[in-house]
Write a protein that binds this ligand. Structure first.
Ligand SMILES: Cc1cc2nc3c(=O)[nH]c(=O)nc-3n(C[C@H](O)[C@H](O)[C@H](O)COP(=O)(O)OP(=O)(O)OC[C@H]3O[C@@H](n4cnc5c(N)ncnc54)[C@H](O)[C@@H]3O)c2cc1C
Length: 452
């Protein structure tokens, strides 16, 4: 993990006992399971069930939910309000490499990792250079006989700041015994690495015209990362050149070195290919310049489809599909609301993830508060439906886009990033400070809705 563990507690279930500032997945999972159990979520969950379609039923003024169960059974249920919480990054993306199926060794996607896979003494290729690839390379470099890293485009990589990521015992002791200590640590972590960081993403046109970085604040980070490259690879070396991006930091997700990633790339038994593979064959990979690399294992750390609900057939008023409304450009009003889709709040909506720092839980907590306020408004007005007006939706999205235009993501067109949709719009991150986003979601603006 490369996001501080303090981010990962929900504000009402703060864990003051993380073992590490960057713990392993199992520890996060244990935390999430404990929250689910504490709130009795399992009892209310239909496991192994896929929501296939959500259709607005005009007659009943409810949503029809068409689902398929684990035994192949089909079901239609009804709800006054739906909150699609299907995420936007959870279908693993395998690259379209010719011959991929012909490989006789082990092919594995990072999202479907097999904990029993033993890489000891193996010739391994890792395709990708994002956060996942970085963590895999760091973890396996001492075991493998040979490692080839295929890097389509480098990320900026910041050095680890502490000698050890282990949380000192005294902090864990305080976190579990001293009231509000864990709240304080969480707040400090959010401030230090989120809003305090906000100037780093803001574009200063005068500065950017003369520098690779986009502002003096952004340049501080650039120099930190460049210094790290020079220290590990030697200034001007071929490896230094290969791992240096040609866009400003934060243009794509910045990576924190778990400790040994850059050092791994410089090892004798590791090669960095600064391109995608050309194709795969039975024995391994053929590089873009025609070299054969024989392999035992190919690890695909190639990410996920960026996908806002296209896998669920969602139809609002008049049978209009959400995919028609959005086309290639997903967008939403506060609370993940879209006109023509009454009583629907999309939880991981477009522009709900903090891009300059902080965790997904922040956006979700802001959202859940806002949705609860909207439901309360409906109850107060004795309304059966709540729907954002077209005008309010367009104004809200226009404001996001106008603010976004002043951020790094709109000034680093060469950076491949999952923040951008196929239509070119920045769709995952919101462009505001956390505190402003939080304030903006305290209470619904009634004039923006049609309540019936
Ligand atoms: C490699 C990676 C690293 C990340 N790192 C960070 C990070 O460091 N910090 C951070 O804040 N965020 C990070 N993110 C983003 C973060 O994971 C997401 O923003 C977050 O998981 C979204 O939460 P969610 O509950 O909305 O969706 P998800 O966590 O994607 O969960 C959606 C769930 O819905 C299920 N589902 C989907 N379709 C259906 C259907 N039709 N019917 C029933 N169920 C369905 C899925 O199986 C899944 O269980 C990362 C994402 C990835 C892929």
């Amino acid at each position: 993990m490369d996001t501080p563990s303090a981010y990962y507690s929900l504000s009402r279930d703060i864990n003051g006992d993380w073992s590490s500032y960057y713990p392993m997945g199992a520890e996060y999972q244990a935390y999430l399971v404990s929250v689910a159990d504490k709130n009795d979520v399992r009892k209310r969950t239909r496991f192994g069930t896929e929501a296939e379609a959500l259709w607005w039923d005009e007659e009943r003024q409810q949503w029809q939910i068409h689902s398929g169960g684990p035994d192949g059974s089909r079901d239609v249920s009804y709800a006054n309000v739906v909150i699609p919480a299907a995420g936007y990054l959870n279908r693993p993306r395998w690259p379209d490499l010719p011959g991929r199926a012909a490989f006789s060794g082990v092919s594995i996607h990072a999202a479907r990792w097999d904990p029993d896979l033993d890489l000891t003494g193996k010739r391994v290729a890792v395709i990708g250079a994002g956060c996942t690839a970085v963590q895999i390379v760091d973890a396996c470099v001492d075991q493998v006989a040979h490692l080839t890293v295929f890097q389509r485009q480098p990320h900026w990589v910041a050095p680890r700041r502490r000698a050890s990521d282990e949380v000192p015992q005294y902090q864990r002791w305080l976190g579990t015994r001293l009231p509000y200590y864990a709240n304080w640590v969480r707040l400090k972590s959010y401030w230090g690495t989120a809003d305090n960081n906000y100037p780093v993403i803001l574009h200063d046109p005068d500065w950017a015209a003369k520098h690779l970085s986009i502002s003096p604040a952004n340049d501080v980070l650039l120099q930190l990362c460049l210094g790290y490259i020079d220290r590990v690879f030697g200034a001007g070396s071929e490896l230094a050149r290969k791992v240096t991006p040609d866009f400003a930091p934060y243009g794509k997700r910045i990576i924190r070195d778990p400790g040994g990633y850059y050092a791994a790339l410089a090892r004798e038994h590791v090669d960095v290919e600064a391109s995608e593979p050309a194709r795969v064959n039975e024995a391994g990979i053929v590089t873009a310049d025609g070299r054969q690399i024989d392999l035992d294992v190919i690890v695909y750390a190639t990410g996920y489809y960026l996908d806002f609900l296209s896998t669920i057939d969602i139809r609002g008023r008049g049978g209009r599909r959400l995919t028609e409304e959005w086309g290639e450009i997903p967008r939403a009003y506060r609370g993940g609301m879209v006109p023509g889709f009454p009583n629907m709040f999309i939880s991981s909506a477009p522009n709900y993830s903090p891009g300059h720092g902080a965790g997904h839980n922040f956006g979700v907590e802001v959202m859940v508060h806002y949705v609860t306020e909207c439901l309360q408004l409906m109850a107060l007005r004795k309304a059966v439906t709540i729907e954002v007006t077209q005008d309010a939706y367009e104004r809200y999205v226009a404001d996001i886009d106008a603010t976004m235009a002043g951020t790094v993501w709109c000034h680093t067109p060469s950076a491949h990033t999952y923040y951008r949709s196929g239509g070119g719009r920045i769709v995952t991150a919101f462009p505001y400070r956390l505190i402003d986003f939080w304030r903006d979601h305290r209470a619904p603006v009634e004039a923006d809705f049609t309540l019936r």
